[in-house]
Design a protein around this ligand. Structure first.
Ligand code: HEM
Length: 260
């Protein structure tokens, strides 16, 4: 009885599809889809490393760790670094489209280049300032709170500066929100390729040689492992405000149209 009703309804009530027209709209949904999938892989592995991988690796016996580490990390680091690259490249293209739309609304297409150029410069300088605070060292700078507060101040100042240079009557909420969240995403990206992968690829090679040929681990190994851990922790904590600003772009209009 119910089945016949459902069949009757299905016969008469056709689902209605009206796909949006326009190249930009369709490109944006494609970019958003790829961006979110790649971001899930990237941030998923970042959370795995911080919440599961590192604590477990620290607890298992050295012979077991010697076997598990190269196999697990070579595969995990492959997905980690390439998903980071896809997330950022697709994100940058989407961000460019948002800037171009705001610039054309402002009647000055050259604003796209100026907004993007200043944005990139600010976050590259921010990463250069953060870099020494992630290095394994001795004394006061090795205090976790000193590192955390120094890096937080640099990120807050960079976020404020990027809002100042990008703000204006035609700057949309998505433009300003991604200027901050995307900037934090750049810091995470530079950490993946500029710190974590550089350290992990050597640790994987040395651990394999230690297990297969009995070659002793270089003294440098402990320092690289700590450097990679600190950079991964910075990414872990920055990912929370980052994802807030990503989600706020289209769903929480608290920045658009401001003049600072
Ligand atoms: C770890 C890094 C990143 C993660 C986890 C991430 C995550 C996300 C998520 C989940 C969305 C969808 C939000 C929504 O639909 O409400 C989004 C949108 C977006 N992301 Fe990212 N993102 C990251 C890095 C970046 C970077 C580096 C950029 C480049 C500047 C970027 C640019 C964008 C843009 C332009 C959007 C669309 C905003 C809009 O809807 O108007 N993202 N991101």
């Amino acid at each position: 009885m119910i089945a016949s009703h459902v069949a009757a309804v299905a016969l008469f009530v056709q689902p209605h599809f009206s796909f949006p027209r326009g190249a930009v709209t369709n490109e944006e949904i494609g970019l958003r889809w790829i961006h979110i999938v790649a971001a899930i892989v990237w941030i998923g592995l970042l959370y795995f490393f911080n919440l599961v991988g590192t604590p477990v690796m620290q607890r298992i016996e050295a012979p077991v760790r010697g076997k598990v580490f190269p196999a697990l990390m070579s595969r995990a680091m492959w997905w980690f670094r390439w998903s980071a690259l896809v997330t950022v490249l697709v994100g940058l293209r989407y961000y460019w489209l948002i800037l171009a739309a705001d610039a054309s609304n402002a009647g000055d297409p050259s604003l796209t280049y100026r907004w993007f150029g200043w944005w990139l410069l600010i976050w590259i300088v921010a990463f250069a300032l953060i870099y020494p605070f992630q290095m394994p060292t001795k004394g006061l700078l090795d205090n976790a709170w000193v590192r955390a507060i120094s890096i937080a101040i640099i990120v807050i100042v960079a976020s404020w500066d990027t809002l100042v240079v990008n703000s204006g009557n035609f700057s949309s909420n998505a433009h300003l929100s991604i200027s901050v969240g995307g900037g934090m995403g750049l810091i995470l990206f530079f950490n993946v390729w500029g710190v974590v992968w550089r350290a992990q690829k050597r640790l994987i090679k040395w651990t394999r040689a230690a297990v297969e040929q009995g070659t002793p681990m270089p003294a440098e190994a402990a320092r690289l492992a700590r450097w990679s851990l600190i950079a991964s922790r910075v990414g872990f904590w920055l990912s929370f405000p980052l994802i807030f600003f990503m989600a706020a772009a289209e769903h929480y209009p608290f920045l658009g149209g401001i003049s600072i």
